[in-house]
Design a protein around this ligand. Structure first.
Ligand code: FCB
Length: 397
């Protein structure tokens, strides 16, 4: 029997988020942002995943995946402050149960960038009572998931939300203010801590974490102290600070990893080391060794690690397959060195609404025809499924 590259129980899956795939999600800050031309496209009907989830989860299962990461939409569940919609709670519970029925482990995020309009209209993350609001919503959501979902992520990429929404100002709420950014980062720490405490007390069996983005910051020129110091500083600010602040309140670490970034100063950097470095359709570097480095660095936090996102926007599907295989090889290498990686969720199951970039980037292992909603499994999806079923990478990797 050939040796497996991954353990039997390893969770191979794919990820989505509510606003990016559901369609008709018009009671949140992102919809307002789109109407104000903050994205190239309107999310509109997206992938109609709100209706089509049984078919989509079945497709993931048929590929050979044994897990699926999706998110709950807070603005549907709590359309007005303090009013929780039982039908929406039942909808998301059904998604998790559907996964179970198919032998697919659900991994559920409670917050993935979008805020209910009533909250964004009142100062959003920075509104005075937002921590209590978030924790109350998380408690209700976790109750609905009782017995259906074990892995629960409170927040997706808190520091990316801060960066895009409060530093670059290209996502809601469109601010460019270091003071507000610092306050938002702190607030998102208290959101997680409050939610963790609340859920932990009610559902001791749930495994709780954050989907934490990690950028592999490297000095552009390793001989220059400014580049080296800058990369340490940026890694601290974007990667490590938040993880340290929530350290005692995580049962596992969720890792979203995409690329290496080359640092040229304290707050400066470039996405590519040179003009001819291979890149994705987003212009991001392709750097499996960055994932390996991230996994080794995360070992210090002494928790199991689930890769909750990793993926590529690619116009050519063979580029996607190579990306998946090379990144999984990096995971396997880390596993063999004792890093406790428990799963890998490819971003994304479906081509979907990529925030300010709209529908152009294609991340999916399943393509979606925007006009007909027809789904087409890409060859990369089939091959990824074969890796998932066998637990083995293609020979020669
Ligand atoms: C991550 C987000 C996810 C998706 C990918 C490409 O930062 O969590 O929603 O947009 O990037």
């Amino acid at each position: 029997m050939p040796v497996r590259d991954f353990p039997d129980e390893f969770l191979f899956g794919a990820a989505t988020s509510s606003h990016q795939v559901e369609g008709g999600n018009d009671n949140c800050d992102w919809w307002d942002w789109e109407l104000a031309k903050g994205s190239r496209d309107l999310s509109g009907s997206a992938c109609e995943h709100y209706q089509r989830y049984p078919e989509d989860i079945a497709m993931a299962r048929d590929l050979g995946l044994n897990s699926y990461r999706f998110s709950l939409e807070w603005s549907r569940i709590e359309p007005e402050p303090g009013r929780f919609d039982e039908r929406e709670l039942a909808h998301y519970r059904d998604m998790a149960l559907r996964c179970r029925e198919f032998g697919v482990e659900p991994i559920v995020s409670l917050h993935h960038f979008t805020l209910p309009r009533w909250l964004s209209a009142n100062g959003g993350v920075l509104s005075p009572g937002s921590t209590e609001r978030f924790a109350a919503y998380c408690a209700v959501a976790a109750d609905a998931l009782e017995g259906a979902a074990r892995y629960v992520l409170t927040i997706n990429e808190p520091m990316i939300l801060v960066l895009m929404g409060y530093v670059d100002g290209v996502w809601p709420p469109g601010k460019r203010s270091p003071t507000a950014a610092l306050a938002a980062a702190r607030r998102l720490v208290s959101w997680h801590l409050a939610a963790y405490g609340r859920i932990r007390a009610r559902h001791p069996d749930m495994l709780l974490g954050v989907a934490k983005h990690w950028i592999d910051f490297q000095p552009l020129d390793g001989h220059r102290a400014l580049h080296r110091g800058g990369s340490r500083l940026q890694s601290y600010l974007l990667n490590r600070w938040y993880l340290g602040a929530v350290r005692q309140a995580q049962d596992f670490i969720g890792l979203n990893y995409y690329s290496t970034r080359y640092v040229t100063g304290p707050l400066r950097g470039v996405p590519l080391a040179s003009e001819d470095e291979p890149r994705t359709e987003m212009g991001w570097s392709i750097s499996p060794q960055g994932l390996y480095r991230a996994l080794l660095a995360l070992r210090a936090y002494d928790r199991p690690i689930m890769i909750t996102e990793n993926g590529i926007a690619a116009a050519q599907d063979d580029q996607r397959l190579a990306y998946i295989v090379d990144h999984l090889a990096a995971v396997s290498k880390a596993l063999h060195q004792g890093v406790p990686v428990i799963g890998y969720q490819y971003w994304s199951l479906l081509d979907n609404f990529e925030w300010a970039e709209g529908y152009r980037p294609q991340f999916g292992i399943i393509g979606v025809d925007r006009a007909t909603q027809h789904r087409t499994v890409r060859p990369s999806g089939r091959r990824y499924g074969e890796i998932a079923r066998s637990g083995r990478l293609p020979k020669g990797t």
